[in-house]
Design a binder for this molecule. Structure first.
Ligand code: 13P
Length: 251
């Protein structure tokens, strides 16, 4: 069975005190279902979060990393450094990184290689913009993003890949893909993987949905056959809301 995963992407929110406070509240909540729970705080608070959660089942991921292992890249952080503080998972390819920091599929392929070389698990984000959907090109866009950044990998690498389909038009907008739209795209993604890597690989990959997931809509989205969890932005900043989403699986 595929793993259910609910990950909170905190983005550039929460200073050290806020991080400590939210973690205290998260530790009071209980995961009543089978979902793996991950939070991704900002780099500066990553180690503190990791240490504070070492006695809990909540895992900690980084939001990004540089593609090189070391060198003259002022302000950057490498996979090796993340691994060195105990981090095992990294988010790559978020649409905000693509839009504001000009991350291309080609760059992301390099980041993917570096992460895997350093034995990091990847939450790989991708998704179409509103205009792509209006033009009915959303499937092509998504297939191209996957092919360019991930389809050079060999079969075995896929055990360390988690996919996060995040339609750009649904991120932070309050507008969610309908459960049917999510299922349709997740199924398309799984079929695309199957056509290159075979059904077994495709059936093993967890595909998360991201974009305005809230306690009020999580259950109907997570109920869909090919939706294996969520990547949560705004609602991950409140412990009660976040765990309501985590627990949407088992109700
Ligand atoms: P929101 O849940 O705030 O729409 O953000 C989704 C997201 O970008 C998670 O990575």
């Amino acid at each position: 069975m595929r793993k259910h995963i609910v990950a909170g992407n905190w983005k550039m929110n929460n200073d050290l005190a806020d991080t400590a406070g939210l973690i205290t509240n998260l530790k009071k909540e209980r995961n009543l279902g089978d979902a793996e729970v991950i939070i991704a705080p900002t780099f500066v608070n990553l180690y503190k979060a990791f240490e504070s959660l070492s006695d809990s089942n909540i895992k900690v991921a980084a939001q990004n990393m540089h593609q090189e292992e070391s060198g003259a890249f002022t302000g950057e952080i490498s996979a090796k450094m993340l691994k060195g503080i105990g981090i095992n998972t990294v988010i790559l390819g978020h649409s905000e990184r693509r839009a504001y920091f000009h991350e291309t599929d080609e760059l992301l392929a390099k980041k993917v290689n570096s992460a895997l070389k350093n034995e990091l698990r990847i939450i790989f984000c991708f998704g179409e913009e509103l205009q792509d959907r209006k033009d009915e090109k959303h499937e092509d866009v998504v297939a191209t993003q996957l092919e360019n950044a991930l389809f050079h990998l060999d079969k075995d690498a896929w055990s360390n890949i988690i996919l996060a389909y995040e339609p750009v038009w649904a991120i932070g907008t309050g507008e969610t893909a309908s459960p049917e739209q999510a299922q349709e795209m997740h199924q398309f993604i799984r079929n695309t993987i199957a056509s290159t890597y075979g059904q077994e690989v495709a059936d093993g990959v967890s595909i998360l949905y991201g974009g305005s997931v809230k306690p009020t809509n999580a259950k109907e989205i997570f109920n869909k056959k090919d939706v294996d969890g969520g990547l949560i932005g705004g609602a991950a900043l409140n412990a009660t809301d976040f765990f309501e989403i985590v627990n949407a699986f088992q109700q």
